[in-house]
Design a protein around this ligand. Sequence first.
Ligand SMILES: Nc1ncnc2c1ncn2[C@@H]1O[C@H](COP(=O)(O)OP(=O)(O)O)[C@@H](O)[C@H]1O
Ligand SMILES: [Mg+2]
Length: 357
Amino acid sequence: MKKLRVGVIYGGRSGEHEVSIASAASIFRHLDPARYEAVPIRIEKTGQWTLGAKPPEAISAAAVITQARTDALQVVEPSAAIAATGLDVIFPVLHGPYGEDGTVQGLLELANIPYVGAGVLGSAVGMDKAVMKTLFAAHGLPIVRHLVVLRRQWSGATGPTAASVARELGYPVFVKPANLGSSVGISKAKSEADLGGAVELAFEYDRKIVIEAAVPEAREIECSVLGNDDPQASVPGEIVPSREFYDYEAKYLDETSRSIIPAPLGRAQTGEVQRLAIAAFRAVEGAGMARVDFLLARQSGEIFVNEVNTIPGFTAISMYPKMWEASGLPCPALLDRLIALALERHTEKQQLRTSIT
Ligand SMILES: Nc1ncnc2c1ncn2[C@@H]1O[C@H](COP(=O)(O)OP(=O)(O)O)[C@@H](O)[C@H]1O
Ligand SMILES: [Mg+2]
């Protein structure tokens, strides 16, 4: 049997460049060499696309940051990287803007090549926390109370937006750039005095921000989803952050955050998380894979859908593959399934009529 050539696109322009390299390393390591030939396509931090990189070693994101580089790289146009390499399918392993947000998926659509994960629409929606919440609400999913604010609407800590925050949300609130991930630019404002600083910080990263009511003593529950039109949910997991909330440090640099899989939840709550995970996946037009994150109020047990990540972390310690492993699907089989889903979706699309003649 001819091996499938799988292009793994990783690195990228976003702040999650190093995490992406760590995710890609774990994918290179688990792709079955009997079935696949893996081709590294690396996007440098400058945005340049390069061929010829050695597959990254499976190490943590913190180690990647200090790793020396010795590869002989060939800089190519993005479309040339896809055309020149004779690939059968692409696995984009890019977290955050310019990769997880539909931009790369658009390029792959134009190249008419199968790729793993959500399409343009699902990727774009999954990157925008404001639009994502609108869709969750339209599908009747439980979300936290929030406000969406554009830079030009913000008139300082004594203006009308600040008054709306106090009136409609109350404190504490979380303030987030709408389009980012890895907790970058996110902070918690415990009182009105903190709001201005939190808002200014978030506006450094985006012209649109989301201010949301804090879930009291939030537990962080996550669930992996896999499939196209008939998605399945894994056993849920729980993250116990090492810091006050699951910020960038806690996620990638400080390795004392713990995960518990399966999450210690009752049977009914587990079922509810899985049901909501699939509904959230469908609401954003997910495909292939997504990790759905929840916030659970510790005392009341109330569950809120927080976000969908259409290209979840895939590092050795990442929740997406670990939750599938705990559900009976080890990483190599998970990758087989993701590639099959990419091919299926592409084949189905090829059969559609594109004109009326
Ligand atoms: N409404 C909230 N209530 C309580 N904690 C929150 C809330 N929103 C975010 N957090 C905390 O901040 C972290 C990052 O927020 P999140 O919306 O998941 O952004 P990102 O896309 O960067 O992961 C969460 O994992 C959680 O620890
Ligand atoms: Mg998150």
